[in-house]
Design a protein around this ligand. Structure first.
Ligand SMILES: [Cu+2]
Length: 179
């Protein structure tokens, strides 16, 4: 009985070890806290690494009502809000693809669907991308040495025109940070 108990405990330990490895792999999460061009906090995005891509949940407020392009930009900085978030650089695009989810020569790795702000300036959305990863396992890493940022643009992204689908100015920015 004691032997069986020990064997069971060992099996359980192995099982728990395996489970914690699975949990660690599945529990890669990151958050981006958005600020607008006045530097005010206006919401966040939660990013979760899945086996085949990254799920992004966005919750924003104080946006101009209507559609807004959303992209992942190359550098994880949003400090230059007064200058329009230019320091976040262009889209993540190591393969020099054309911009646009609907572009036959695209998309680049930073392309995402639009969000739509309601009349009260709030927007919630969930989107999924297979074009990036949090850790670089198979696709460009958001949490690399210079990080990455999610940018909200002034206008709708038409998912076709160069360089950013006519999305216009950058109106909000959130640095993607591991949680
Ligand atoms: Cu952009």
């Amino acid at each position: 009985m004691l032997k069986r108990g020990i064997a069971f405990a060992c099996a359980l330990a192995v099982l728990m070890g395996t489970m914690s490895m699975i949990t660690d792999a599945a529990a890669q999460t990151a958050r981006a806290e958005f600020k607008d061009r006045q530097g005010r906090a206006i919401g966040h995005a939660d990013l979760t690494q899945g086996p085949n891509g990254v799920l992004i949940y966005l919750e924003l407020r104080d946006l101009p009502p209507g559609p807004h392009g959303v992209h992942i930009h190359n550098v994880g900085t949003c400090d230059d809000h007064a200058e329009g978030f230019q320091a976040s650089k262009g889209h993540i695009n190591p393969g020099s693809k054309a911009h646009g989810l609907l572009n036959p020569r695209g998309p680049d790795n930073g392309d995402l669907p639009n969000i739509f702000a309601a009349g009260d300036g709030t927007a919630r959305a969930e989107m999924f991308t297979t074009l990036v990863s949090l850790d670089g396992n198979g696709s460009p890493a958001l949490l690399d040495s210079d990080g990455a940022a999610i940018l909200i643009h002034e206008n709708r992204d038409d998912h076709m025109a160069q360089p950013i689908g006519g999305a216009g100015a950058r109106i909000a920015c959130g640095v993607i940070s591991a949680r």
